[in-house]
Design a binder for this molecule. Structure first.
Ligand code: ADP
Length: 427
C-alpha cells in the first residue's frame, strides 16, 4: 500500500518528528482515501508492529504509538493538511493518546474511542512523558495519568466524546470490578457516553457458497457439501472418518482469556460422548504443549495444529459440527460469527459478545425454533457438552439449529449503520 502511495505528494514534513525525519503522504489505495505517516526511524523494521522477531517488545513503543496519535490529532486540526474530518475514531490503547493531543484544542472534531479488549491498556512509565510532546496539562487524573503512569487507553477513555466497545454485554460488564480491569469506576462514571456495538465479519470472505479453500461449497439450502467437508477434515487431521461422531472444533489464541485450559480436563467427557476434537491455535507454550500431548494420547479422536493458518480455519469451520468457545471474557469474538455462517453450532460461555450473538437452544428457543447454538454459565462446560451430544443425537433438531445459525446476519451492515448513527449524533 505504501508503494502505491509513495508517488503521492507529501502534504506535511518534519525533520525531527519523534527523533527523525517524517512525512505525511495522502492518496488513494485499495479504494480508500489514505493518509500514511512515513517515519522510517519508527516503523521500518523487521518483526511485527509491536515486537521484534524474537518477541521482545520494541523499547520505543511509547513513542511509536504516540507519533501516530499525534499525527492523527494534527490531521484533525491543521487545515493546511486538508479538510478537517467531522469525527476522529481511535481504536484501543495504540490510538488512545490521540484524545490527549486534541485535549484543550478550541476547534476539534468529535472523538470516538473503541475498546476491543480492555486487557491491553498501554500503560508506560511516566519517564516517557518528556518525549511525547503532550499538552502541558495532559498528565492529570482526568486525562492521561493512570496510577502514576502514562495510560494511553486511559487517556482515550477519559477524554473521548463517546466510547464504544464491541458488544452490548461487554459494555455493561466492563463497568463492574470483575471485568473492568481497573477501569470499572471510570467507565461507570462515563456510562452515558458508553455504547456497545457488535462487530461483524466480511461475509464475502466467510461465505461457504463461494469459499475456494473448502472441499465442497454449500449454503443453507444446499447442505450436501457439509458432510464432504467433515470427512475431508477428518482425513486431513488423521481423525477416524466417521460421519456420526460429533466433531468439535477450536480455533483460537491459546491464552488464559479463552478458557481452553478448562477443555483439557474434559477429555474423558468427550470420549464418553464419542466426540472428536480438532484444535487449531497458538499462544501460551504450556497450553500448546498440553494440546499436543492430548492429541498424541488420543489418536483418531483428538488432533491439533499449533500455529496460525487462516485457510485451515475455513476448512475447520466448514467441517466441524460445533465450535467450542469457553472464554473467561470475550469483548465480541469473531470465531463464533464465522461458525454461525458455516453452520458450525457455537457452544459458548455466556459472556460478552458471545452472549449477544448466540441464541441458546433452550426449551423455549427450541419451541420457537430460534436457537443457533449453546450458551453455558461458568463451571457448566461439561454440562454444555452433554447437552450438545443430546441435541446431536436428535439430528432433525440439530439441522434446524444449523439452518438458524446460517441465517444469522453476521455482516457489517447493521453495525455500520449504528456507527453512522453515533457519528451523526456527535457532530
Ligand atoms: P481474539 O481477537 O481475542 O483473538 P476473536 O474471536 O475476536 O478473538 O478473533 C480471532 C480471529 O482469529 C477469529 O476469526 C479466529 O477464527 C482467528 N484465529 C484465531 N486463532 C487462529 C489460528 N490459530 N489460525 C487461524 N485463525 C485463527
Amino acid at each position: 500500500m505504501l508503494a502505491a502511495l509513495s508517488a503521492a505528494e507529501p502534504v506535511w514534513t518534519d525533520g525531527h518528528y519523534f527523533g527523525g525525519a517524517a512525512r505525511l503522504l495522502r492518496g488513494r489505495a485499495a479504494g480508500l482515501d489514505l493518509a500514511v505517516l512515513d517515519a522510517p526511524h519508527l516503523f521500518s523494521r523487521p518483526g511485527n508492529p509491536y515486537a521484534a522477531a524474537n518477541g521482545a517488545e520494541w523499547p520505543d513503543n511509547p513513542q511509536r504509538f504516540a507519533a501516530l496519535a499525534r499525527m492523527a490529532a494534527t490531521i484533525a486540526t491543521d487545515d493546511s493538511i486538508g479538510p478537517p474530518p467531522d469525527v476522529v475514531h481511535a481504536h484501543d490503547w495504540q490510538a488512545g493518546l490521540t484524545m490527549a493531543y486534541l485535549d484543550g484544542e478550541s476547534r476539534r472534531p468529535a472523538t470516538v474511542l473503541t475498546v476491543h479488549n480492555l486487557a491491553f491498556q498501554g500503560n508506560f512509565d511516566a519517564a516517557v512523558l518528556p518525549s511525547l510532546g503532550l499538552p502541558a496539562n495532559a498528565f492529570r487524573m482526568e486525562g492521561a495519568e493512570f496510577h502514576g503512569m502514562v495510560g494511553y487507553l486511559k487517556a482515550g477513555l477519559a477524554l473521548a466524546d463517546a466510547i464504544t466497545t464491541v458488544s452490548p454485554t461487554y459494555a455493561a460488564e466492563i463497568q463492574t470490578p470483575e471485568f473492568g480491569m481497573g477501569f470499572d469506576g471510570l467507565l461507570a462514571h462515563r456510562k452515558a457516553a458508553l455504547h456497545g456495538i457488535l462487530n461483524g465479519i466480511d461475509d464475502a470472505i466467510w461465505d461457504p457458497a463461494t469459499d475456494d479453500t473448502i472441499a465442497a461449497k454449500f449454503d443453507v439450502d444446499h447442505l450436501a457439501g457439509r458432510p464432504i467437508n467433515k470427512l475431508a477434515l477428518q482425513s486431513h487431521f488423521g481423525l477416524d472418518r466417521n460421519a456420526d461422531a460429533l466433531l468439535l472444533g477450536v480455533i483460537s489464541r491459546l491464552s488464559w482469556q479463552k478458557g481452553l485450559d478448562m477443555l483439557l480436563p474434559l477429555r474423558d467427557t468427550l470420549a464418553a460422548l464419542g466426540a472428536q476434537l480438532v484444535v487449531i491455535g497458538a499462544g501460551e507454550p504450556d497450553l500448546e504443549h498440553r494440546f499436543r500431548a492430548a492429541a498424541a494420547a488420543h489418536p483418531g479422536r483428538i488432533a491439533c495444529f499449533i500455529g496460525y493458518d487462516e485457510a485451515l480455519a475455513h476448512k475447520v469451520q466448514a467441517g466441524i459440527d460445533a465450535i467450542l468457545i469457553p472464554s473467561r471474557f470475550e469483548p465480541c469474538g469473531l470465531t463464533q460469527l464465522c461458525a454461525l455462517r458455516y453452520g458450525a453450532l457455537p457452544i459458548v460461555a455466556r459472556v460478552g459478545g458471545l452472549a449477544d450473538t448466540v441464541i441458546d437452544a433452550n426449551a423455549a428457543a427450541l419451541d420457537a425454533n430460534t436457537g443457533t447454538g449453546l450458551q453455558f454459565s461458568p463451571g457448566q462446560f461439561a454440562q454444555a457438552l452433554n447437552r450438545a451430544a443430546g441435541l446431536w443425537s436428535r439430528r432433525e433438531i440439530w439441522s434446524r439449529l444449523q439452518r438458524n445459525a446460517m441465517q444469522t446476519d453476521v455482516s457489517w451492515r447493521r453495525p455500520a449503520a449504528q456507527y453512522a448513527a453515533l457519528y451523526k449524533s456527535l457532530v
